[in-house]
Design a binder for this molecule. Sequence first.
Ligand code: ATP
Ligand code: MG
Length: 559
Amino acid sequence: MDEKQTSSTNFIREIIEEDLRNNKNNGRVHTRFPPEPNGYLHIGHAKAICLNFGIARDYNGLCNLRFDDTNPSKEDVEYVDSIIEDVRWLGFDWGDRMYYASDYFQQLYEFAIELIKKGKAYVDPSSPEEIREHKGTLSEPGKESPYRNRPIEESLDLFIKMKEGKFEDGSYVLRAKIDMSSPNIHMRDPVIYRIKRVTHHRTGDKWCIYPMYDYAHPLSDWIEGITHSLCTLEFEIHRPLYDWFLEALELENRPRQIEFARLNLSYTVMSKRKLLELVEEGIVSGWDDPRMPTICGLRRRGYTPESIRNFADKIGISKRDSLTDVALLEHSIREDLNKRAQRVMAVLNPLKVIITNYPEGKVEELEAVNNPEDPSMGKRKIYFSREIYVERDDFREDPPKDFHRLFPGNEVRLKYAYIIKCNEVIKDSSGNIIELHCTYDPETKSGSGSKRSVKGTIHWVSIPHSFDAEVRLYDRLFLVENPLAVEGKDFKELINPDSLKILKNCKIESNFINVKPGDRFQFERLGYFCVDLDSTDSYKVFNRTVSLKDTWAKIEKKN
Ligand code: ATP
Ligand code: MG
């Protein structure tokens, strides 16, 4: 990645700059990205990744990748592998600092022993229901457990037995001894260890007790020497607990937790649990379905890492939750591909045109611009012949007013070629239009200096110089901006039925017969497309990344 790239400032960067000025942490900046491997990463995670790795990059610091794998029942190596791939693909590097919270299970256990010895944790046999009941409410204090004040020795003995597998799952928990009447419910003696006989994807059956997130997280941060622990707003209310563990254990050089607003994106859902439902119920084809907001879905759709990083920078970092318009994400990929994508002539809904005054068997070479935004990409040869395809939609038998493309008696320019005139519409016995008969004006070749102009220009491909392809047109996955906020409806009832349209008879300019999965193009006048993973040498499949119409640019103009 370009080393000089820096991101715009925000309140977290201001805090870090202040800390640097005060030589806090001896001038060190160390962040981490701590995904739980219970699903694939999504565009919201990309925001957190760009924030954490971007800060490390810009302040001469370090950023760790840490798997927060304290809940083995939902976690899996499949997710670990995908997370590694996705963070790398986004362009970030954790050096040799890839860690797992499970690497710290022994140390976390020893910290727990220490808390018990300090009289700051106790073993409780109360059932989960009892514990919940005694938690109290926002307006009512909680009730102290009858076991809260049991002797330290007793708790110590029980906790060791919990670890040794002497008790049934769920029969005992270790709780922090804080304050059952705290106005903050998270401080009312939270559970920090539970017994759970689940095989862990890394530690196997070594442990039958597992630490809770709120306990494992600050201590993992401390173990790694994290200075700034950045997380989303829902953890703000957990911050006193984060600090409490570090204080109770009298640890020095404590990390500081700072919260920021999570990314919410319109017309999609972001929670891994919800995304998993879409996958498991077959509503999408998998985590990498190009309609998914996952990083692998966006990659398959044709998004570039640069466009996602630019998007993350544009949305910024704030303390207030909001809903980001997906049009901004689409704008980011258009902006990137506009500069880079090779232009291609492709016809998605072909209508055959015979140019009746063009000699049979003649083939002409014409010049096409590879990318008008980047002259260094040069030009290429394209071929013209008597039989071509145009887009069905560029022809109307009864054109509306202001329609400047093909209709009987009208002229249109074929991009990079000639002006043609539509003379005759050929139909089959049931009245379907099967081809058009046109004539061309040989004096109007593009680039020949011809002065004659017409109002419309359309794209086309020469029939003998095109190949067949499947094109998948993707649209927003949901019909409404916020599918989780529609009363009385499950979000899965709000899927956009037109979010995927498959066209099997598309015609692509033959220059591109050798494309490979991942290649990205602009199909002239149609949008940006990317070769899908399902594509083979003999059967080409293209995904539409995004159409050309930039609704975001329009919104920006209006404001
Ligand atoms: P989800 O709620 O989508 O299932 P999560 O928060 O449980 O996600 P984690 O794996 O715990 O997912 O997240 C790893 C990091 O990414 C955390 O620091 C979390 O705060 C951050 N993160 C998760 N979702 C978003 C989001 N939508 N926007 C910004 N950061 C996010
Ligand atoms: Mg989480």
